[in-house]
Design a protein around this ligand. Sequence first.
Ligand SMILES: NC(=O)c1ccc[n+]([C@@H]2O[C@H](COP(=O)([O-])OP(=O)(O)OC[C@H]3O[C@@H](n4cnc5c(N)ncnc54)[C@H](O)[C@@H]3O)[C@@H](O)[C@H]2O)c1
Length: 316
Amino acid sequence: MQKILIIGSAGQIGSELVPVLREKYGDENIIAGWHNKKCDGNTLSNSIACNIDITDANALESAIKKHEINVIYHLASMLSAAAEKNPQAAYSVNMGGLFNVLEAARKNNCSVFFPSSIGAFGPSTPKDKTPQVTIQRPNTMYGITKLAGELLCDYYFQKYNVDTRGVRFPGLISYKTAPGGGTTDYAVEIFYAAAKNETYECFLKEDTTLDMMYMPDAISAMVKLMQADGSTLKNRNAYNITAMSFSPSQIFNEIKKRLPDFSITYKPDLIRQSIADSWPHSLNDENARNEWGWKPTYDLPAMVDDMIKNILSYGT
Ligand SMILES: NC(=O)c1ccc[n+]([C@@H]2O[C@H](COP(=O)([O-])OP(=O)(O)OC[C@H]3O[C@@H](n4cnc5c(N)ncnc54)[C@H](O)[C@@H]3O)[C@@H](O)[C@H]2O)c1
């Protein structure tokens, strides 16, 4: 029987992962860990919830023991733009938090899902169809903590046999919970402006192409990887996964086909534009496809159709 702790469950990913896991494994087996950000009434109600600050190793371990946890989805993090504004705090949460999770997993025999990011690459990484194994010299605090996190997860598997698994997520697009301060947040904000028929002021240049994914594919990747037969996993951690790759002008044009009055202006923000310029345009995800059957469902037009339908019916 799996008893699953989701740390960072009130965030953009966690708020959508929790209901899927509850449906799959039963409400009583899912513990939603939250911190600061209150549990959202719609997504986390009925979940068993506990307040965990990931930088507090003792509190984390007590929660794991109390709820007899054997699987951890570790989603608590400071995202790219937020981390660049406060790198010291980001180091503590992202690096210290992951270390606490891996130590608790080692002592309590838990498996761990850890999401890395396209931020783990850097300006010298090949930008198109970026390979699984390639140059990684990130120049942001977020990227540095993600790359170190990938290696730390490998280390805990090799040295302690902790069953660590993970993917490199591209920018994620969703409508249920607002994104938490990342460089690709524009690809969510743009839909809310379009639905309100407001001009959207984009914080990236119109031709800044980045790798992206719709949230249902991201959730299914996590569940599929955690269910995979461990003996088929050669990389285990930090699998490149991808679904689509586009620039602000391309997503704008796709939305405008459906909402013809929509308009956009561009006012690049110094921090987020320089982060985006250091990231790949598109990833090569053949290892994930071959090793555990990863396959996305949504391309750009299908994602735009679904986002507009849901934002218009969910309310703006
Ligand atoms: N959303 C994306 O586009 C994206 C892309 C690539 C990777 N990721 C990674 O996926 C993971 C989840 O991302 P998300 O978008 O859901 O982030 P988010 O910012 O929406 O949520 C993160 C959650 O972590 C919690 N948190 C922050 N500090 C904490 C602490 N000290 N203790 C406990 N909880 C704390 C926050 O309250 C928040 O609910 C992160 O590791 C992120 O780097 C996300």
